[in-house]
Design a protein around this ligand. Structure first.
Ligand code: FEO
Length: 394
């Protein structure tokens, strides 16, 4: 017998935990993934979101422990990305009388993905649906993070079914925030925001304004844990992250062929430390880019370094900067450094990539040929110190 967490009387989490997945379209998920789905049993029965297709059977088994799936009247599709909707055909087969509640954009995506019509009811902002004793209200959240994205609000219980927003890739058998390690949970929420929602920060701010009009007791996302005791805290963090608030933290991220660029990175870090700023060092060949951008979210500066290879930067740095460009970080400043052999090239490419990612160059970084001299090592320290002082002044 599977356990289904009960959020309030008659409201259950019936989704699946994917303990295995470690790569979610390029986002590393060392703590696995969950696909949450919620069942509301009232005079009418409603399922909010489904799961990824391989977990359809588990979802149906969980629902069957509570009600016969055939009795489901409504399936709300908050978002059509396949991690939430690829089990829809299986659910609709088991619940053939159900109406599909969806935005207009979502409807066209379902038609294209699954190539078939359902009994759709298209909803827009502020539309509501009575389930009997309870009422659902729909809050489209376009581009958070797809055009079809929507949240569903349960008026009487003040629960926001937020789909991707406020999620985390975090697998545990305990479904609520207060039953788990809070430091891990908040870290995973930050990492999720940085990797999934950072490009849409302006829209997140706007969405928070509309959601702020609703009294919210609980936030039930479609990934990870349910915010039962810390809904206010995660709303506050989203506010801070979406505004681009930074702390005096500088990341020094580099890759090195034969050690000279690494020596430079360490001296730059010492200079930053001497200036009084907080700084962290990452060698990209040994680091994970999903975790690195979680650190970048609140960092004020990004100093990147690379040895020159084929007149350009090392591939690990190129991959990172390409990824960061797509995330459109705000309120950061940058610099580039690196060592070369007979001809340079990496530093100019690094600077171009920073600018392309919307990170202006704060200060020209050091460069050197072959191995560093004592004077060049001192230059790296001085550069780090100056960058740190500028950071503290911002
Ligand atoms: Fe969790 Fe955008 O899907």
């Amino acid at each position: 017998m599977m356990q289904n967490a009960e959020l309030a009387k008659g409201i259950y989490q019936v989704g699946a935990v994917d303990w295995i997945t470690r790569d979610f379209h390029g986002y590393r998920t060392p703590r696995g993934v969950t696909y949450n789905s919620y069942l509301i049993v009232d005079e009418k029965i409603c399922l909010i979101d489904t799961v990824k297709a391989p977990f359809a059977r588990e979802l149906l088994e969980r629902i069957s422990q509570i009600v016969d799936p055939e009795k489901i009247n409504y399936v709300v599709v908050n978002h059509v990305e396949p991690d939430h909707s690829s089990a829809l055909p299986a659910i609709m087969q088991a619940a053939p009388k159900a109406k599909v509640i969806i935005t207009e954009q979502g409807r066209s995506e379902v038609l294209k993905y699954f190539g078939r019509e359902y009994d759709f009811r298209v909803v827009k902002n502020d539309d509501s649906l009575s389930l009997g004793q309870r009422t659902l209200k729909f809050v489209p959240l376009p581009m958070l993070h797809w055009p079809d994205s929507m949240a569903t609000y349960l008026v009487e219980d003040q629960i926001l079914f937020s789909n991707d927003a406020f999620g985390q890739h975090y697998s545990t058998n305990f479904k609520f925030d207060d039953e788990n390690d809070l430091a891990e949970l908040f870290y995973e929420a930050k990492k999720y925001y940085a990797n999934i929602l950072m490009p849409f920060s302006k829209l997140v701010s706007k969405a928070l304004d509309s959601l702020g009009l609703l009294p919210i007791k609980m936030i039930a996302p479609s990934h990870g844990l349910i915010w039962r005791s810390h809904a206010v805290d995660i709303l506050g963090l989203y506010n801070k992250w979406s505004m681009g608030i930074t702390e005096p933290l500088i990341l020094v991220v580099y890759d090195s062929m034969w050690g000279s660029t690494e020596t430079m990175a360490r001296r730059i870090l010492e200079g930053l430390t001497a200036s009084g700023v907080k700084a962290k060092l990452f060698r990209m060949s040994e680091s994970d880019k999903s975790e690195l951008v979680a650190e970048l979210l609140m960092a004020r500066g990004l100093i990147v370094g690379s040895s020159t290879l084929n007149n350009g930067m090392l591939p690990n740095m190129a991959a990172l900067l390409y990824y960061i460009k797509g995330l459109k970080p705000i309120n950061k400043s940058g610099a580039a450094f690196g060592a070369y052999g007979w001809a340079g090239g990496a530093q100019a490419e690094l600077e171009q990539s920073l600018k392309a990612a919307g990170i202006p160059i704060e200060l020209a970084g050091p460069t050197l040929k072959w191995a560093p001299t004592q004077e060049e090592i001192q230059n790296c320290f001085d550069f780090g110190f100056a960058f740190g002082q500028k950071t503290l002044g911002r």
